[in-house]
Ligand binder design. Sequence first.
Ligand SMILES: Nc1ncnc2c1ncn2[C@@H]1O[C@H](COP(=O)(O)OP(=O)(O)OP(=O)(O)O)[C@@H](O)[C@H]1O
Length: 792
Amino acid sequence: MAVKQKETLLNRYKLRKIRRILSKVNQRADYYAALSDQELQQQTDVFRQRLDAGETLDGILPDAFAAIREADKRVLGKYPYDVQVIGAIAMHQGNIAEMKTGEGKTLTATLPLYLNALSGKGAILVTTNEYLARRDAQEMGRVYRWMGLTVGVGVFDEDEDISAAEKRQIYGSDIMYSTSTALGFDYLIDNLSGSQADKFLRPFNYVIVDEADAVLLDNAQTPLIISGQPRVQSNLFHICNQFVLTLQEEEEYKHDKDKKIVYLTGAGIAYAEEFFDIDDLYDNKSYELNRHINLALRAQHLYQKDRDYVVDEDEVKLLDNRTGRLLEGTRLQSGIHQAIETKENVKLTKESRAMGSVTYQSLFNMFPKLSGMTGTGKIAEDELIATYKVPVIVVPTNSPVQRIDYPDRIYTTLPEKLYATISYVKELHATGQPILLVSGTVDIAEIYSRMLLQEGIAHNTLTAKNLAKEALIIQEAGQLGAVTVATSLAGRGTDIKLGEGVAELGGLAVVGTERMPNSRVDWQLRGRAGRQGDPGMSQFFVSLEDELLVQHGGKRLNRYFEKNNHTERANYGYELTSRRYHRAISLAQQKSEDKAVSARENTIQFDESLRVQRQKIYALRDRLIYNEADLSGKIKEIVTDSISHYLATHPNLTERDLRRYLLDNYTYRFRFFPRSFDPKIVSDFIWTIVREELDKKAAIFQNEEKMAEFYRLSVLKAIDECWIEQVDNLQQLKGIVTMRALAQRDSLSEYYHDSLISYDKMSQEVKDLAVRHMMLSTIEGDSQKGYSIYFV
Ligand SMILES: Nc1ncnc2c1ncn2[C@@H]1O[C@H](COP(=O)(O)OP(=O)(O)OP(=O)(O)O)[C@@H](O)[C@H]1O
């Protein structure tokens, strides 16, 4: 209790400071209201000039907010309320504004986006799906354009072929609307491009994340991975599949269903070493084998046919277990897909490798200023501060919330709950009150839909299949007598207006069919009712058989459930009202939330070394691409380094070794060998070859700039080849150390240690490869026709 009070005090203190700024904005309102349209539109230039003259964004905020607020009124017909201006100030200051659903976050965002875009460095709004990004860009775009700013949409249809130049224009817009996925992939794609012409991003500046907790936390559990370039097909899948089929549970492997992990025991490891005739499963030589055993184990025990995937026409297709839909074209990364294919005995698809990977945590932390808005942020504030350093400010609602949230109704088994829910819905429906029945998965939504049909209750079912169409349907969910069945993802971000006479009936009734894996989602669902001070209510139904309770309810609840799980018991069909059940549900949800938090911590910790390496490599690439690195002096160092490394690692050099080395890296034509294999002499000998070849190339170009460009390309290509390999390595390494951890070793420090070693190895390989590219490439063409460089 005490803690809570302190929090609200802090919030009150922050709000008081924000209110002072709000009153400055309000003082400027009359001035801008008196301007003609044309004069108001000219203000954008006025503000830019003030910034050029040295004023700060904070300094011009009162005027800029008052002006865009007035523009919102004239163009969109909506004048942002004071509470919206408070939310806007909070977001400009780099906070997450917690604003209840229906408070008009979309309109609120126009203020900080406008202000921050005036700097000329761009402002981005990220939403949870493409439909919302397009819709908001289109609707709000009108006011920005009216004020003389450019607007872009960063999401595209799959079959749209967008050139880098077009993307550059979109990312160069003053204000851009996009999704976190589109932004993340574009970041990776931009950093895979090899020339200025292919690059399109500009440095990140300011971002507002809509539904910040969902995007920054819930969706951020796994990294974004861009894959391409098939790796050499491995032949270990089959043998490892056969191997794991011979293993005995408990003795040779353990399967922890709770934690969703499976691993070899000591006896299992010994058996593997015997089976494959190797000394140590954990030494570097057995890396690939180890990886494949791990994959086969996971495919066998963690992925269940018809729950996680289906086999359709000899193809393994994944199922999204949140929506139950087929994920066409999606594959599991890092070989697990092939391991499942082996298990199901279908033809193996090519295993692609990761070429770039980034977590949402690192992506959004790249923005100098990050802010967000959501209906439910405060609960997760600690994690938001720890991960992103963004505090949450709770913004008061425009009118008091009138929604009534009833305590959960709890039943023992799923059927009991289903019937209780349906009879509750029937009762409400008889009064004409509109009902939104929300479930966690498509399966459950479909069961309810069938039961409603049996009862003769007409309804719409929404399962996030077609967002635009479903948005239209859910808009009508507040009409008299409407019954809408939806999954928690469906119809997100769409305003539900109450029909005539509905307020008198108590407004929209949200009926939750289970408590969600985290309480923020429950609150989002409740918040679909009682928007903007409307009346409304929410009621959740829970059974002890719900996924949340089975997974996280603990032993006591399981025991109780097992004792009561028969229809002959006296209380069949009755509600469980004892407080301990309510407490058990809260605890189970808390446990599920804690687990998600530590999974995300784990993701961040594992990403840390990749993040540091990625930053170094991307920065180096950019310096090369944008001509900032002076290579002429560097080349000598690179060659010398590469030669000395080779000589140091080949102390007893033979003629055969040297021949191989020269052919592989320097030249296909050499006439004689050095007098002796003394390192100094060999080094001088190789240098002669290098100088000769580079002089020859310089003679073709006859232009220092072109020669510099050639060096740049050679190094860039080397970096890319090695980096792609490294990203993939780290990805695999993560799988391996997780398995080692189960063999009682500290996975994270081993991972850091190994990834550092592989980074150093990579840095050496970059140099060797760069030398190879400079030496063995051929150049064709002339200054008139232009040059083509062919690398081997
Ligand atoms: N200042 C305003 N004046 C008049 N109408 C407004 C104002 N602000 C918002 N609205 C309207 O209120 C409704 C709710 O807005 P919106 O959908 O943006 O809310 P939200 O906070 O984003 O809700 P959700 O959390 O569900 O996305 C919309 O119809 C919007 O046009």
